[in-house]
Design a protein. Structure first.
Length: 330
């Protein structure tokens, strides 16, 4: 969410980034709640806290969005996700299984089956009002109105993953923060093998493409099977993953590999590594491409990026040292 980086001091050096974790640790010490303590709480029990002090808001309090700013965006406040497709638009309803979100959508007094939620959309600096209803027959929660405007405003052509978070500070108990990653418009599973091959060539052939940069991975670039991005390379080439202090800890980027497989990943800055760690999706990416030390990952600009700042094509060049009987090096 690039717009959220306007909040805070906007420093871009490593020193500035490390300050955020110091602030987080200070906050946890002062409040007596660590990361585990927060995730165990229900949203009724969460108390939002800004740098100006505690912000205590009851379920019935409706604070206008202009009265405060979203100053914190933390991965531990993630609650649930949903893949939206053009089919959802056609039917006009988004459905969630009861077990997925029953803890987050409390009933409204006098209207136990319906409530209004407010969804903050920082990229558009917009607050979306959406109606949530519970369908007892299907045991599902349905968002029946308000989200179509969100879809149209972002001009989603095919599908998108939508992520719901608890914002800090939270304006009221029905306030959420939303993030999205555009997904591929074409359903690769519904194409023939030859179509898939042609599509992979059309979209991933490196000839004539603009290479953003290449990264030769070392043994130390793997942590628990996940990929570590060196600080300088990541900051210079993945501008969208800038994570300023006092705003948020995580950004998302998307890679499309040579098999037209999309990888939506969470990237976090780790003080102890002095580098960025591809957190959510990183291990699957490493395992699927069978990345080893000395392999080279090349990053290219796609022709039709869903988000030009966060979407890249990737090509993996295997090191000869992995091939039996070959000479070492590369």
């Amino acid at each position: 969410m690039s717009e959220s980086r306007d909040i805070g001091n906007g420093q871009e050096d490593k020193k500035g980034k490390r300050k955020f974790s110091d602030l987080q640790q200070q906050e946890e010490t002062e409040t007596g709640t660590g990361k585990q303590g927060r995730t165990d709480q229900t949203h009724h029990e969460l108390i939002s806290k800004s740098q100006l002090g505690e912000l205590l808001i009851s379920d019935d309090t409706m604070v206008t969005s202009s009265s405060t700013k979203l100053i914190e965006f933390k991965p531990e406040n993630f609650r649930f996700e949903k893949e939206l497709t053009a089919n959802d638009v056609e039917h006009g309803i988004i459905s969630f299984p009861y077990s997925t979100i029953s803890d987050y959508f409390p009933p409204v007094a006098g209207k136990p089956s319906e409530l209004q939620i407010e969804v903050s959309d920082p990229p558009l600096d917009t607050e979306w009002q959406m109606t949530v209803k519970y369908d007892a027959a299907q045991r599902k929660f349905l968002i029946t109105s308000g989200w179509e405007d969100f879809w149209n405003a972002h001009d989603f052509l095919g599908s998108a993953m939508i992520y719901f978070y608890i914002p800090l500070p939270r304006l009221h108990a029905r306030h959420y923060l939303i993030e999205y990653v555009r997904l591929q418009d074409r359903d690769i599973e519904n194409t023939t093998e030859s179509d898939s091959d042609d599509y992979a060539y059309a979209n991933n052939d490196i000839l004539g493409r603009v290479m953003v940069f290449e990264l030769k991975v070392n043994r130390i670039d793997f942590k628990d099977g996940r990929l570590v991005l060196p600080y300088e390379e990541a900051r210079e080439n993945f501008q969208e993953i800038e994570i300023p202090p006092e705003t948020h800890e995580m950004e998302r980027i998307c890679f499309t590999d040579a098999w037209v497989r999309n990888w939506s990943m969470e990237v976090m800055f780790k003080n102890e590594l002095d580098a960025y760690l591809v957190h959510d999706g990183g291990k699957e990416f490493v395992d699927y491409l069978n990345l080893k030390a000395a392999d080279v990952i090349k990053f290219y600009e796609p022709d039709n990026a869903w988000d030009p700042m966060r979407h890249f094509l990737v090509d993996c060049v295997k090191s000869n040292s992995h091939i039996p009987g070959s000479s070492s090096g590369s």
